[in-house]
Each structure stands twice: as structure tokens, then as C-alpha cells.
Design a protein around this ligand. Structure first.
Ligand code: G6P
Length: 487
């Protein structure tokens, strides 16, 4: 039975053996091959990376085979490879793009297919749309430009005859080159001098070995756990937030460590635990990092953030006369702004960031190392640094609520959202309405709310940023009441 394959916020995801079958993975690979050949850049080859999930090697080999069948050379990453490392390998080998097989932080039954174009950041919608069109044509057995026919049957979407295959597939490990590249971005000498103790939790994922290697080189005392392959992720989700971080929190506190660093399943997202065992949210870490780049590294340049990410970044940027580029949710848009507007930092509330000099793809390894560099340089905990930033720029209180709804409720809420335009919220006038992704309302004192359906999960997200805890609570209550949302 043909299954609708579409690329969501970040690639195509499906349940293994139900949607994510070898046939479907091969089909999507053929559609990518056709797209690359349509662009005329197939000869540069494609990188294929994969995480640590069930059948990862076999799926990666199937993708590689489809590419070589279409005369596209393959750089097949040996071993589990983080998404940012697969993306970096594009630059390393001057390839035409990459495929990363991963379902990121989704539960164990899932796998996913991300296409990363030659600019080494997540594919933008106009690109995934072309791939989806190719998929539809191949599924329907219709001609697909630049997709080679199987000579024996003249049918589209089938393999070339054995004698026509070039089988140009090279197995490579981009680990060393990536490590060298990151070593040039991070001040490992400062980390070395500080003599830090760091606890690392790669969550059984593709990031195993990376933070350990770099921090070990920098002389940090390390404690590492969840660093063996486990496609069941120890019974939790490979997502570096909430309860998944409980053990890291405990180990940091009990072991008197300076920091705890976690990665998600494909190591593109970060999770940071401070010396006191507190979780440092991405909305707290991003302004801290911007502050560090401006004051310690002396960099100057704009910031890219999503519509759901803290406006504390805007306050810092305004102080140094820099712009903030706001985009819909999805690192693809941040990556685009980083490239086009020469931003020195791009980041989002869900735990993704990159900086100038690196690729426009989110990188949890880079984020963890930057956090370590900051603690080493300032000789202060992140909480202390945060207080310093709050004293200078004021404190903002942000929180995201995830609200599950039925399909009928979803439709009702979506239609209500279109006309959602209260004059005031929590006693403040609404001064601006932004609808680039969901509905965002800005209030007179700078507080804001955003309501949008998730592109990766069946739920609504309600984001609030306020000037006090009390205001945050009030805003959450009012929005939930007006839209009939119940947690
Ligand atoms: O809020 P959602 O649409 O579910 O997206 C949440 C996150 O999903 C993926 O991880 C994307 O790479 C992120 O850029 C995005 O922030």
C-alpha cells in the first residue's frame, strides 16, 4: 500500500517496519538522487550518515546503493555519526549534500530521513517540496526527470542493470576532521587551565565519543554514562530535557561537577545542567552565549532566532546596535538567516544552536563545548553568569506548555487562532500581532505569547515570556481560557 511520505519540521519520520520500510527508504533515496541529478551536481557525490537506531547500518547501505545505482558517488560514514558531523562532512568532501538517517529524539520505534543540501544546513521547504514531487512521481510509476530507467523493463524507480552500476561507495570516518575543526572554534587552552569536572550523557546516541574526546584532550575530569549503543534508549527518550536529565542532574550534584552536558539521539540538540544541578534552558543559555561572544570574543554581528525564542537576545543585540532576525520554528530558517545575514549566533528555544565559523546546522556538541569554555573563562557557574546578565539587561521568565488535543479540537483551535486578537492580556495592551508561525501577540511591556501547532508532535505549544513569574502565570491562564486549551 502506498504511504504518504512528507518532510515535516525536520525531515521524514516514520515507525520502523510500518512506514519506515526498506522499500520506502529506497524510494525516498531515489527521489533525492533524481533531485541531485536534476541540479546537475550528482558527480560531487552524497554523504550518508546514520544514528544508533535499529537496522541503522542496513538502512544506510540501502540508501548508498540507490545513489550509486544512479551514478552518484557515496561517502558512507562508518559507525554512528551525529547529524552536525554528517553535515560537516559535506564541506569536507565538497559533496552535493547528505542524507542523515535518524529520528532524533523520537521514541525507539521511529526512524527518520533528513536531507541536508550542499550548504550543510537543514533543507528548506522549496527543496523538500521538489523531493516530495519526485517521490509522488516514482510512486505513481511516472517519468521523473534525470531518474535512470531500468533497461530491462523500461520502468522508472528501479535499479540499473548490474553491469551499469559504478558502485562508487567509499567508507569514511569524518570524526578526526570534525574534531580538528571544532578544536579551532573552541578555546581548549582556557578549558585546560580551568581544571573542570564535567559529566557527559550522550543518551546512547550518535554523539557517543565526541564530547568525551574533546574535553578529554582539554584535560577535563570526565564522568560519562549512557555511552553504549542502545536502540531502546534505556527505556527513556533521547531528549535532553525534563526527566530524561534526572540522572545527569544527580551525578553533577553528587560528584561536585562544574557542568553536566547532554545530547539528543543524533547530537544536534543540547541539554545543560549547572553545578547546582539546575537545568539551564536554551532560552537562558542563548543570551549567555551571545554575551560571551560579544564581551569575551569581541565579535559583532546579528542574531537569528525563531519566533518562539527569548527576546532577551533582542535586548543584548540592541545594546550593541545589532539586528535580530526572527523566523518560523525550525533550524532550517535559522540556518538560512545565518548564511544570508552573516549572523554570529543562531539559536532556538528547543535546544539548537550554531555560531559563525561553523556550519548552519544545529550542533549539540558545539553547544556543550561552548558552555564549558564559558565556565572556564569566567570562572563562574552559568547561574552566576546568568545573574550578571539579568542585572545588566533585566530578567525575563519564559515557559512552553505542550497541550495535547484531539483531531477535532485541533481544527477548532486552528480556526480560533486566526481571529485570536484580544485588545489586552493580563492587563497590558496588545501592540503587535505576528503570524509567521501560529499567532504571537506582543504586549506594551514587551511580554509576549505565542500559540502554534507543533510540526513534529500531535500537540499545540503555548509559549509565554513575561517580566515576572506572576505575569507569566496570568498570561498562561488567560490564553488557555480564551482558546479553551486544557493541560
Ligand atoms: O515545535 P515543533 O514544530 O515540534 O519543532 C520542534 C523542533 O523540531 C525539530 O527538532 C527541528 O529541527 C527544530 O528546529 C524544531 O524546533
Amino acid at each position: 500500500m502506498s504511504h504518504k511520505i512528507s518532510f515535516g519540521t525536520d525531515g521524514w519520520r516514520g515507525i520502523i517496519a510500518k512506514d519506515f520500510t526498506f522499500d520506502n527508504v529506497r524510494l525516498v533515496a531515489r527521489a533525492v538522487a533524481a533531485y541531485i541529478n536534476q541540479l546537475g551536481i550528482g558527480k560531487r557525490g552524497l554523504v550518508v550518515g546514520r544514528d544508533n537506531r535499529f537496522l541503522a547500518e542496513e538502512f544506510a547501505e540501502a540508501v548508498a546503493e540507490e545513489f550509486t545505482n544512479q551514478d552518484i558517488p557515496v561517502f558512507l560514514c562508518s559507525g554512528a555519526t551525529p547529524t552536525p558531523v554528517t553535515a560537516y562532512a559535506i564541506k569536507l568532501y565538497d559533496a552535493a549534500g547528505a542524507v542523515m538517517l535518524t529520528a532524533s529524539h523520537n521514541p525507539p520505534p521511529y526512524n527518520g530521513f533528513k536531507f541536508i543540501p550542499e550548504y550543510a544546513g537543514p533543507a528548506l521547504p522549496h527543496i523538500t517540496k521538489k523531493i516530495e514531487e519526485n517521490i509522488a512521481k516514482l510512486q505513481a510509476g511516472e517519468p521523473c526527470d534525470f531518474y535512470q530507467l531500468e533497461p530491462a523493463t523500461g520502468r522508472y524507480g528501479h535499479l540499473l542493470a548490474e553491469e551499469q552500476k559504478t558502485c562508487n561507495c567509499t567508507e569514511l570516518n569524518p570524526f578526526e576532521a570534525y574534531i580538528e575543526h571544532i578544536s579551532n572554534i573552541i578555546d581548549l587552552a582556557v578549558i585546560r587551565q580551568a581544571g573542570l569536572k564535567v559529566v557527559v550523557d550522550p543518551m546512547y546516541g550518535a554523539g557517543i565519543g565526541y564530547l568525551e574526546h574533546l574535553l578529554g584532550e582539554a584535560g577535563a575530569k570526565l564522568e560519562v554514562f549512557h555511552n553504549n549503543r542502545d536502540p531502546l534508549f534505556g527505556g527513556t527518550l533521547p531528549e535532553p530535557t525534563g526527566h530524561s536529565l534526572d540522572e545527569l542532574r544527580k551525578r553533577v550534584r553528587d560528584g561536585g561537577a562544574h557542568l553536566g552536558l547532554a545530547l539528543d539521539g543524533d547530537a544536534d540538540r543540547f541539554g545543560i545542567i549547572d553545578a547546582n544541578g539546575e537545568y539551564i534552558t536554551p532560552n537562558q543559555f542563548l543570551p549567555l552565549l551571545y554575551y560571551h561572544l560579544l564581551t569575551v570574543k569581541g565579535w559583532r554581528g546579528p542574531v537569528a532566532r525563531t519566533v518562539a525564542t527569548t527576546h532577551l537576545l533582542d535586548r543584548l543585540a540592541a545594546r550593541v546596535g545589532q539586528q535580530v532576525y526572527e523566523s518560523p520554528v525550525g533550524f532550517k530558517y535559522i540556518g538560512q538567516n545565518m548564511l544570508e545575514k552573516d549572523c554570529i549566533l543562531g539559536g532556538e528555544e528547543s535546544g539548537g544552536l550554531s555560531i559563525k565559523g561553523h556550519i548552519p546546522e544545529k550542533d549539540g556538541i558545539l553547544a556543550g563545548l561552548l558552555a564549558t569554555e564559558m565556565v572556564a573563562y569566567h570562572q563562574k557557574s552559568l547561574t552566576e553568569l546568568l545573574q550578571q546578565v539579568y542585572t545588566e539587561f533585566g530578567q525575563l521568565y519564559s515557559e512552553r506548555l505542550d497541550i495535547h488535543t484531539s483531531l477535532e479540537q485541533k481544527e477548532a483551535i486552528l480556526s480560533q487562532l486566526k481571529d485570536f486578537a484580544p485588545q489586552e492580556l493580563a492587563g497590558q495592551l496588545v501592540t503587535e500581532k505576528i503570524t509567521m508561525d501560529g499567532t504571537k501577540l506582543i504586549l506594551t511591556d514587551g511580554a509576549w505569547v505565542l500559540i502554534r501547532p507543533s510540526g513534529t508532535e500531535p500537540l499545540f505549544r503555548v509559549y509565554v515570556e513575561a517580566n515576572s513569574l506572576e505575569q507569566k502565570h496570568k498570561l498562561q491562564q488567560e490564553v488557555k481560557e480564551i482558546l479553551h486549551l486544557h493541560t
